[in-house]
Structures are given as structure tokens and as C-alpha cells.
Design a protein around this ligand. Sequence first.
Ligand SMILES: [Zn+2]
Length: 240
Amino acid sequence: MGTPSGRTGNFLLDSVPASDLDRLINGIAPSTMEHDQVVQRPNTPIQDVLFPTSGVASVMTFLNHGNAVKTVEAITVGREGMTNVHAAVGATMSGPDATVMQVDGKGFVVAIGRVTAEMHRQGVFADVVHRYVQAFWAQTAFGSACNAVHHVTQRCAQWLLQTHDRVDGDTFYLTQEYLANMLGDERSTVSVAAGDLQRRGLIEYSRGNVTVRDRPALESAACECYGKIRAEHNRLAPMD
Ligand SMILES: [Zn+2]
């Protein structure tokens, strides 16, 4: 994915006029977000929204699984979007999910009061956020169907493509344990899937770093969900 040509590097913020942008981020410098940093905890008051300019955040769901807790990624958020999107449309508390940085990066952390005030103006920002919510919904809908129906290797390819879309370059840090958490599968199962993609020359995996070697072939290896989610983003909240 190319770097946005706008003023901030976040596609939502760069879609609004300068005066609206000033009301949103005046006086706010981009924050650095570390890998594994929790951006929003479950069931807590929502105090701010992150507009990533680089890096990738994941909305994670938690399920009891025997004596352990299993995590599964529900949504990927990068510079095309924002975290806590439900707060922009009225929520004051987070749900039972958490938002965690999966790839480190930067972004504007904006107090929720500024975000909701701008939404209430019902100007360009509100239009942009509403379109993003629709694209966000497509990710949620296809994501749940995907987890139920599609093979782990297809889902692995899809997840790698979604991350690749949101980072600079072709390499990003990703442990197999983390990938297993994202996909909701056992680590051994994900290891076989990633090994399969590597043997076919689509990716290279070395010491926690994934490099996308053959993007078109990786797209062919992914399930239909990747293309359908991407098409909704292109229609509603473009990613490049
Ligand atoms: Zn799928």
C-alpha cells in the first residue's frame, strides 16, 4: 500500500478540509505505538480514538477455551481507519473486545470529546466516518463467515494480505504465536499453513519476520474474503 499523499498519513483525517482537521488534531503530535501495546481495554470508558498513520492495530475477541483463554482477531485497523469507531457514533464504553497493536507504528490519539463534537457538526468528517463504519462492517461480516468456513492456509494468506496492505514495504514482524492468536488456531496448525505458503515461495519467514515475496500468488492463495473486504474498502473508505 502506498503512503498517503495527505497531511497526516491517516486516510480518514486526510479526507477532511483543513479547518475540520485543525479542530480534530490541533496541538496533537503523533504518538508512537509499540508492538503488543493495548490501545483500548475491554469494558472501560472510551477516552480517545487512535488514527494510525503507520502500523496495524487489531480488535481482539476473547473466548474461554478449557482452562485457557483463546484470542481471535475480529478486525484489522491501519491508516485507512480509526480505533473505537463505535465511540464516534455514540458509545461511551468499550465492549468485551480489546484493541492491541499487532505491528508497531504511529498515530494521532484524539480525545473522544473532539471526535464526537466533530461528528455532531455533520460535516465531511461525519460522512467519512460513516463510510468507514460500513467498510468496517464488511470486515466483521466476512471475518465471521471466513473463520467458520475457510481453510487455515487461505485465512493465513488473507490475514497476511490485510497486514501487508497497511504497512510500508514487504516485511513485518510477526511471531507464529501471534499469528495463531490472530487466526484463532493452534500454533502447530498455523505453523503448517505458514510453512506451506513459504514452500510455495509466496512468503519468507525468518526469526519472526514475514516477507511477502509473491503478492499476486498470495492473493490467489487467499480465500474470496480478502477481495470482497478490499472491494468494500475501495468503494467506501479507500486504502490507497
Ligand atoms: Zn475467507
